[in-house]
Write a protein of this length. Sequence first.
Length: 211
Amino acid sequence: MTHPNLTIVDHPLVQHKLTLMRHRETSTAGFRRLLREISLLLAYEVTRDLPLMTSEIETPMEPMQAPLLEGKKLALISILRAGNGLLDGVLELIPAARVGFVGLYRNEETLQPVQYYCKLPAALDERITIAVDPMLATGNSSVAAIDLLKEAGAKDIRFLCLLAAPEGVARMAEAHPDVPVITAALDRGLNEHGYILPGLGDAGDRMFGTK
Ligand code: URA
């Protein structure tokens, strides 16, 4: 099953930066810089349909009715720890957004998510909620994170990632068909350890230099 709501951001700048990130030789500093740049571009796509209102303003020339964001509050939810790499760039573009964190680690034997932290903004039911995690691999932790957000009342949820595997996309579509997935690329599949192929390796290790 493919996701009815999958968007692949095929902008040349996104694709170029993603290729540089995939290189095994790219340094931690380079990876982090590219992730920041690419997250700004992905943030542009994930916010494409935010509601606008018009406001009367005065330009130096004359008054006009000009578009402004309607002010529907946004919540960004970082799925720890790799989500923080995407969060920084998105937050730069939407500095007024509230921020939450969901801590899940993957049991390397079962590949199932185990929750160790959850701190969410209030009134999620009134917000547009953007969950960020660079890698949609098996989909297990992403689906568990979205489960938590829905339990907390979130209704309008989007999932932003850098790379997705068909398995994760299908899992998300099955569990949360109402949650659009925005990604820079849909890769071939997963290896036996649940890593994306060709992928870019462990996103957390690469951005934090922990390997
Ligand atoms: N998490 C990662 O960091 N990389 C993968 O390929 C899969 C999950």
